[in-house]
Design a protein around this ligand. Structure first.
Ligand SMILES: [Cu+2]
Length: 777
């Protein structure tokens, strides 16, 4: 890293790159020599990339290098790579679709980009969030801006930003001719019998670069540390689950990508095509499972260096087809002909033909089409000062419909969102000012226009309110309402950094950030419990109805980061307190479908119907992290590192807790590095969770401690990772994993003796032994 740009905090998580992994050479050390694979073919990064490391006065955190390598062995979910960052936790969902949460704010409240492209989930359950589209093995670096975010990295979000970068293009060194290199990896994890493989191959000359990456991942249901339920049935004849088996947690995922690049002097042109397919992904905390997800992407980029500064232009196109239905652990046949509400042994019998008395599953289809353009110029000013100006446009179209399958889902198609639109146009200016050697500032302002619309709604049966579905009433109200909306949102941020002396850095700032509601918060129109249960992207098992009158959320965040360290970073302690106030926070109120008004009485300890509503909220907390090199011995270098995160949130209107907040938690690891070895013994501790969202009947969870062991050994061409997660097979409930609805009669809230019933949290995985091997060529 250049001294000027050295991130305040990032250094603590950045491990040294290994020369054996040419893919891990990054732009952030312009003084380093390009790595040489053992084949002797020199490969270099394009000059324009090497010199391009975005200045960040904000205390950004990075995950890259060995840290990424070790985590890749233990997970198939890219979100999990962030789990070790202080203040970041993962809201568990499907096996490759976890949702990162930064200081209690998650999902659409964060801006998440993969190679410059904004990706949002196109599914009423947000089953396909941004990080579900990138395999852990394909990630070179993740930068997280917690809390206060530079306006160039933020926009249409109130929490932090996550920037995921794949490996940048590499070229042959002058005179090397054509070089060919790559890597092959495979892994196995015992819990859930998870296994997968990945390959990357690059052909490059001095000017051209072609790289293919492919990966595949597959897992069965995972097991908790002990039994966590008292029933075995799944709703399917002849199929039961063990009581420690977490239903609907299996998955299969495939990713492929072809990238091309051409470089000449100070210019780089890139084009890439991506194919992702998830033919199966279960969700233990959703009533549906993913039965197919196909994403195709195309992207173009130009990066150029000029006398005046730098220009970065990108274009992106994404087409997505997403399908859901009940997976193998959930009841599929419904209706009187299948055995009705309480069939023998809880198993719905196959019936035919589909019609008023026989339903075959409940297909739900979503299609979206995204096109975006972005342009950023970084202009060098006097001294080291920089001015960044940028413009972005993103066009998003979405259809969400549920074909008829019988019983109440009959006779026509249910249109959940038809012709949905959400378009963003933004412009920003950011000034990076270097006052002197010790003081720096970054000041920015951003304007963003978010325009939304949706066409007419339609129930399965648009001429009936049968059996309390209110389909006719709700659709008529929705179709008579003005559904187009446009928000003009202003963001501003001011950050300062002060290098007090060689042992103390301080960063502090204030940011105002705005987020317009997403299509799934505004347009789902049906108060029918069954339909609303399907519109849930938080995994709490409740039923949600959209609100056409939602205003954008506006957050003001204050935070400071104190970084005390030895001049050589032999030890460091980093402490970040923060405070966020959110006006028009999008919360929810319990809703009475019969009167179509807020419920008069609050229901407790069961699944409920909720409608999104603007409220206000505040969040405060701190992240504390530290590390210490204990000493060099004959058998290697020992160190200790750890972090503690605490957050407290409150709905300022109702006094209720905020949903999905992690309780006090921390981890401490004893690390050992020796020639070729990189090992760690890690202890994770999480406190009881009893500060919950009562309006959602969020489940309280007990505190727990876990022990993990990791060993990595690296030779010139081979790296082996082995380890044990949850060494003592401890049982625990995930504090932000939502409600367990992974098996049984999930389409409705069934009466006993049927399941699932309210009150069981999704458990975390029991012991898993894993091994991964990678070889480069
Ligand atoms: Cu879905």
């Amino acid at each position: 890293m250049s001294p000027k740009l050295r991130p305040l905090v990032a250094a603590m998580l950045v491990a040294n790159m290994s020369a054996a992994f040419p893919f891990c050479v990054y732009a952030n050390d312009p003084t380093s020599e390009p790595a040489t694979p053992d084949g002797g073919d020199a490969v270099v990064l394009p000059k324009v990339i090497v010199e391009y490391d975005r200045a960040s006065i904000a205390p950004a955190r990075r995950v890259e290098g060995d840290t990424t390598q070790a985590a890749q062995a233990a997970t198939s979910d890219a979100a999990t790579l962030l789990d070790r960052l202080p203040g970041v936790s993962i809201n568990a969902a499907g096996g490759v679709s976890g949702l990162p949460s930064i200081r209690g704010l998650a999902d659409d409240r964060l801006r998440i980009r993969v190679d410059g492209a904004d990706i949002v989930a196109s599914c009423p359950n947000h089953m396909n969030p941004a990080l579900s589209y990138v395999a852990p093995s394909d990630i070179a670096r993740i930068t997280v801006y917690p809390g206060i975010t530079p306006v160039s990295q933020g926009g249409d979000s109130i929490g932090g930003s996550i920037v995921v970068e794949r490996t940048p293009p590499t070229f042959a060194a002058p005179g090397e001719g054509v070089v060919l290199f790559g890597e092959i990896g495979a892994y196995y994890r015992s819990n859930g019998d998870a296994h997968g493989a990945n390959v990357a191959a690059t052909v490059a000359t001095e000017r051209f670069h072609l790289r293919y990456t492919g990966s595949t991942a597959r897992a069965d249901d995972y097991r908790a540390g002990e039994d966590f339920k008292t029933y075995d049935f799944t709703g399917r004849a002849g199929h039961t689950l063990d009581r420690d088996e977490v239903g609907s947690s299996a998955y299969v995922a495939h990713n492929q990508r072809l990238g091309m690049a051409y470089t000449t002097g100070d210019h780089l042109f890139e084009a890439a095509f991506g194919w992702q397919q998830i033919p199966e992904q279960g969700f233990p905390n959703q009533r549906m499972d993913l039965t197919d997800n196909r994403q195709r992407t195309a992207s173009l980029r130009y990066l150029g260096q000029f006398a005046w500064g730098r220009l970065d232009a990108r274009a992106y196109r994404e087409e997505l087809e997403h399908e859901m239905d009940f997976g193998p652990d959930k009841r599929y046949w419904y209706g009187m002909a299948s055995g009705g509400a309480n069939p023998p042994n809880g198993a719905g019998a196959a019936c035919s033909p589909i019609g008023p008395n026989c339903a075959a599953g409940m297909p739900m289809d979503t299609e979206s089409d995204t096109a975006s353009l972005s342009l950023e110029a970084e202009i060098a000013l006097a001294g080291d000062d920089l001015l960044r100006v940028g413009a972005e446009h993103r066009r998003y179209r979405l259809d969400d419909w549920w074909p008829p399958s019988g019983a109440m889902m009959w006779p026509g198609t249910f249109w959940n969102i038809r012709d949905g639109q959400r378009d963003r146009s933004a412009a920003y200016v950011e000034w990076e000012r270097h006052f002197d050697a010790r003081w720096m500032a970054e000041l920015g302002v951003r304007y963003e226009r978010v325009a939304m619309d949706a066409g007419d709604a339609r129930g399965y049966n648009p001429t009936s309110n049968m059996m309390g579905s209110y389909q006719m009433r709700d659709a008529a109200l929705f179709n008579a309402a003005d559904r187009s909306r446009s928000d003009g949102n202003w963001d501003a941020s001011a950050m300062f950094r002060f290098a007090r002396d060689e042992r103390t850095d301080i960063a502090f700032g204030i940011a105002r950030k705005t987020r317009s509601p997403g299509v799934y918060e505004v347009y789902p129109w049906s108060t029918w419990q069954m339909a609303a249960l399907m519109n849930n992207f938080v995994g709490d098992g409740n039923a949600y109805v959209g609100n056409l009158n939602l205003r954008p959320e506006r957050a003001v965040t204050l935070s400071a980061t104190f970084d005390w360290h030895a001049p050589d970073r032999r030890w460091e302690v980093v402490f970040t307190p923060y405070y966020t106030r959110i006006a028009d926070y999008i919360g929810a109120v319990q809703w009475d479908a019969a009167t179509n008004a807020p419920s008069a009485a609050q229901a407790r300890n069961r699944f409920v119907l909720l409608k999104y509503a603007n409220q206000s909220a505040r969040l405060e907390g701190f992240d504390l992290s530290g590390k210490l090199r204990l000493g060099e011995t004959g058998v290697g270098t020992f160190g200790v590192e750890g972090d503690v995160s605490w957050a407290n949130g409150e709905n300022a209107d109702t006094g209720d807790g905020l949903y999905h907040l992690m309780p006090l938690n921390g981890r401490i690891a004893l690390t050992h590095r020796a020639q070729g070895w990189d090992n760690a013994l890690e202890v994770v501790g999480v406190d009881d969770k009893n500060d919950v969202s009562r309006v959602r009947n969020e489940i309280e969870t007990a505190g727990y401690g876990l022990v993990n062991l990791r060993f990595a050994r690296e030779w010139s061409r081979v790296r082996v990772d082995v380890g044990v997660e949850n060494l003592f097979d401890r049982f625990y409930s995930l504090p932000t994993g939502g409600a367990y609805v992974g098996q049984g009669t999930t389409m409705t809230n069934p009466a006993l003796p049927n399941y699932p019933q309210w009150g069981t949290a999704v458990p975390g995985p029991g012991r898993s032994i894993y091994a991964a091997i990678k070889t480069t060529f």
